[in-house]
Design a protein around this ligand. Structure first.
Ligand code: PEP
Length: 251
């Protein structure tokens, strides 16, 4: 049986005061959740220290939203995987569509970042997904397969046993438009099938999260699908009550 995860992506939101209040409410609310639901928050880099201190000893894990593909060196403004280790991060988002779309991250670069995370025992959360144009052109499964294959070719199937995948259709992120559970399930199943060609055991155990305007009102339906193992939550993760309701839907 696979576990389920609900992971918050705060994106570039937050402040010391609002973070403290949000984490306080999240910590109070997760106490009743079944242990089978893993909960994590991916915060902006400057707040790792604060979040590490507030989450210490709790069941809410810490994650970052990006990392460098390099281990160290003259890369001004970049953050290495070893630096995330210093703050006890367990997770790191890799290849979020905003990184791909706004900062030109290619499949090849994303694969290197995935490998850099694994090298420092971080669990990469590989984000994949198609644009609306690609969906309308009937290219969804090709685009997502290419995103998966780039990482598979670089790290091998064993790399996926320490990772999670998040299917996030670009047209559903922050738009209020959610993929139907059937649309999401189709892509999740195709990701699992693709990885199963390399190793059925790894593919079966891999948690594949859905992201894209998940809210309390649509979470249960999405999470009831066979291959949807929880969610990556943007906007709704900034409101403790909504985030906790989504966590409960995964239980
Ligand atoms: C995300 O940022 O990964 C995301 C899914 O955002 P939202 O939930 O706001 O669509």
């Amino acid at each position: 049986m696979r576990g389920k995860h609900v992971i918050a992506n705060w994106k570039m939101h937050g402040g010391l005061e609002t973070n403290a209040a949000l984490l306080h409410d999240v910590l109070a609310g997760v106490t009743g959740l079944p242990e089978a639901v893993g909960v994590a928050v991916c915060v902006p880099f400057p707040y790792l220290t604060q979040a590490q201190a507030l989450l210490r000893g709790s069941r809410v894990a810490l994650g970052a939203q990006n990392l460098s593909e390099h281990p160290q060196g003259a890369f001004t403004g970049e953050v290495a995987a070893s630096m995330l280790n210093d703050f006890a991060c367990r997770y790191v988002l890799v290849g979020h569509s905003e990184r791909r779309g706004l900062y030109g991250e290619t499949n090849a670069l994303v694969a290197k970042k995935f490998a850099a995370a694994l090298a420092k025992n971080l669990s990469p959360i590989l984000c994949v997904g198609e644009t609306l144009e690609e969906r309308d052109a009937g290219r969804t499964l090709d685009v997502v397969s290419a995103q998966i294959d780039a990482v598979l070719d670089h790290v091998g199937i064993a790399g996926f046993s320490g990772a999670l995948v998040a299917y996030e259709p670009v047209w559903a992120i922050g738009t209020g438009r959610t993929a139907t559970s059937a649309q999401a399930q189709e892509v999740h199943a195709s990701i699992r099938a693709r990885l199963a060609c390399a190793d059925a055991g790894v593919a079966e155990k891999l948690e594949i999260l859905y992201g894209g305007s998940v809210k309390p009102s649509n979470a249960s339906e999405l999470f009831s699908m066979k291959d949807i193992d929880g969610g990556l939550i943007g906007g709704a993760s900034l409101h403790a009550a909504d985030f906790l309701a989504i966590c409960r839907a995964a239980a």
